[in-house]
Design a protein around this ligand. Sequence first.
Ligand SMILES: Cc1cc2nc3c(=O)[nH]c(=O)nc-3n(C[C@H](O)[C@H](O)[C@H](O)COP(=O)(O)OP(=O)(O)OC[C@H]3O[C@@H](n4cnc5c(N)ncnc54)[C@H](O)[C@@H]3O)c2cc1C
Length: 480
Amino acid sequence: MDRRSFLRISLIASLGYVLMGCSGRDGNPPTAPAAKPDPAVPESLDGLLAFRKGDSHYDEHRGGFNLRFQKHPAVIVLCRSTEEVATAVRYALQEGLPVSVKSGGHCFEGFSSNDGGMVVDVSLMNTVDWLPGSEGAVRIGPGLTLTGMYDQLLPRGRIVPAGSCGSVAISGLTLGGGYGLFSRQMGLACDSLTAVTLVDGSGKICTTDDDPELLWACRGGGNGNFGVVTSLSFKTHAAPKGLFSHRFKAYKLDSARAARLLRGWCELATDLPRTSFSAFVLNGTTLTILVTDTENTDAGLASVLAELGKLTDKGIPGSRQELAPALRRYYGIDHPILFKNASAGFYSGYADISDVFPSVAQTVAENRGMIFQVNTLGGAVADPQLERASAFPHRSFPFLAELQTYYDKPEQGPGLLESFRKVQGLLRDGGVTRHYRNYPDLDFENWAEAYYSLNYKRLQRVKAARDPRGLFSYAQGVRP
Ligand SMILES: Cc1cc2nc3c(=O)[nH]c(=O)nc-3n(C[C@H](O)[C@H](O)[C@H](O)COP(=O)(O)OP(=O)(O)OC[C@H]3O[C@@H](n4cnc5c(N)ncnc54)[C@H](O)[C@@H]3O)c2cc1C
């Protein structure tokens, strides 16, 4: 990776991976590619926007955000309505084609595509409808990007607490949990989900109004498992008016100092108010700590900032920014890139990884392009009521870590991926077993337990009810 692109990625990543993203280069929302009916649309898919290998627009719709995956589905169907999704699913059943569901195409392990099957792409279903009768409730199309969502909700003073990457889609994010700058204050995105419409594995259109168990499952366990989610209803929250972003830097770290800093940050972060979010981002031997807050008035926050100033080499205090432009700063890059990222575990505190972290920091220092990041959860996320209402099982952990590796030439991949596996192996051997479904890694052997813990069996029952034949299957999909 040349120095310029690496610095660009590092800068983005150093703002926090939750802060990494891919909006339009000009800061405007990315537009969905213009979909044109292809002359080669098969008879049985008459009226749908379907693309097969060799069709002129096939390659345009084939890829995702990660260039590491080059899959070739037999047919890609760009759906514009729930009815079109149902038609596509019935066609897949008839033809015996396995189905993958794609919204924003950001899955770390390429689960939203396949080789030889059907991809149901819902990126064109991206409207926002304000629901009458209930204050600030919205129904959102699954393909709406986060940029699109913030653009439509913030001017009305409302927000769904989601992530920061501009072109991640709301459905992929919410169905796996969905966290970001406002989670400690308002909960995960899935905690604001009140209903979904789904086309199930038999092509039937159903809603969670008649099936509360399906709603429970879609709050954290719904990615590509039970069918195609074609609309999501949310309660919205009053949007904060502004955002403060404070940064701290420490340079030329050896592994012992990196460990002291992580220990110190973990201890301090537990004192942050709910209005704050923080990220510890170790990029090579440089550390960036980000602390955001929507109010900046809490005495606890002031004292954490003062302590971080003492621990690190440089503090860059943030001033108040209006929320919409503040979020735009974190939308990130817009074009597909080569990377391997994955969950590096949920932790209760530094003690969970104290034995192995110095070796992790050493490996990160030795591998240009590798980043180890820990983000804060806790606050509203830890609400036991929300735990009961959702399949997301990791609420007691105040920290979520993520390992990231970026490169720009395929030949750089094998070496970096080997180091990536080394770090994941260190963490596994150090006893880290719980992982975030939205940060999957094909190398997690006990993925079902890691992502869903004791909820996996209950998710299997929902799978058996909604997709008993396993039309929607992928390497780490819930099995009936
Ligand atoms: C740059 C970047 C930044 C990120 N930032 C954050 C963040 O701040 N917070 C956070 O929590 N996560 C974040 N993530 C992780 C992100 O939440 C997941 O990658 C998410 O699953 C992506 O959703 P998608 O629709 O864009 O991707 P897709 O690849 O289209 O879908 C992801 C998964 O969801 C399934 N799926 C998608 N749509 C549907 C649907 N309509 N019905 C049923 N299943 C569906 C797919 O089959 C696949 O398994 C980030 C990822 C990237 C690459």
